[in-house]
Ligand binder design. Structure first.
Ligand code: BJW
Length: 231
């Protein structure tokens, strides 16, 4: 089976009701990114950071995968699909995708501030001051903040997949955050046919082989219908 790599961003989950970051009405309009998504912010005000992620976790528990997520599951009939996601939600998992790499962590998990190898599932939506790991240290959200390095294994796999696949899809990301933003460029440099789906043009739109100016919940089911003709 041919290999399809999908790089997804916040726009992928927008039609499930989860807010993106950099658009009008996005999260960074309401919150200062460095206050809630950086190690400095965590040191300065842990309560604020925990509250920011608790609210988002609560919203996620009420959200459902959308037609875009489900379309990617269906694409597994045609391709070996690898999802490389910047999203910390679990909507790709809940939709039923088989191969998912999280570059920026997972909001439904917590990890020890003393030993990053200690990672725990969060029951419900609250992670609070005083929630401790087995070594007695405070737990923090298992996500990647600005200035922190991405988890090694998924990043290495994503880099390799981006240069060694048959088709590359970029969906719902502004392509402004590194190193994820470079993955489509690696694919293009390796002469891999690259398609971008996004209602707003990005720096990738001009260089992609095809740019579909649309919401993912509309574009992906359409793409699937096209492919079914060749089943
Ligand atoms: C739809 C839609 C619909 C809407 N359908 N689409 C090289 C140069 C310059 C700087 C750097 C560099 N290398 C590293 C850096 C520093 C930094 C960085 O990139 N800064 C830039 C902002 C300049 N990167 C880092 O710090 C990373 N770490 C790292 O590289 O470590 C090594 C290192 C450190 C320091 C220096 C050098 C090297 C870590 C990045 C961590 C990102 N963390 C966040 C928050 C944590 C997780 C969370 O809370 O959720 O991750 S930031 C936020 O942005 C979040 C996202 O995953 C990420 C990407 O956002 P995304 O998904 O693109 O969302 P938006 O909102 O930007 O775009 C949404 C898009 O959807 C839009 O285009 C819409 O049009 C579209 N859309 N509806 C389809 N229905």
């Amino acid at each position: 089976m041919k290999k399809l790599v999908v790089l997804s961003g916040a726009g992928m989950s927008a039609e499930s009701g989860l807010r993106t970051f950099r658009e009008m009405g996005g999260l960074w309009e309401e919150y200062d990114v460095y206050e809630v998504a950086s190690p400095g912010g965590w040191q300065k005000d842990r309560e604020l950071v925990l509250r920011f992620y608790n609210e988002r976790r609560k919203q996620l528990l009420e959200a459902e995968p959308n037609a875009g997520h489900l379309g990617l599951v269906e694409l597994e009939k045609f391709f070996e699909v690898w999802i490389v996601t910047q999203n910390i939600d679990d909507l790709h998992e809940r939709a039923g995708s088989s191969r998912i790499l999280h570059l920026h962590g997972e909001i439904r998990k917590a990890r020890s501030t003393a030993d990053p190898s200690l990672v725990y599932d969060i029951e419900g939506w609250k992670l609070e001051e005083g929630d401790l790991c087995e070594k007695g240290s405070q737990l923090r959200p298992h996500v990647v903040w600005f200035g922190e390095t991405l988890p090694e294994a998924p990043l290495a796999a994503a880099l390799d997949l981006s240069e060694n696949c048959d088709l590359f899809l970029v969906i719902g990301t502004s392509s402004m955050v590194q190193p994820a933003a470079s993955l489509p460029r690696y694919a293009l440099r390796s002469k891999i046919f690259t398609i971008e789906v996004n209602p707003e043009p990005t720096q990738i739109s001009e260089i992609a082989n095809e740019y579909i100016q649309s919401n993912s919940g509309i574009a992906l089911p359409k793409l699937l219908e096209e492919m079914k003709k060749y089943l």
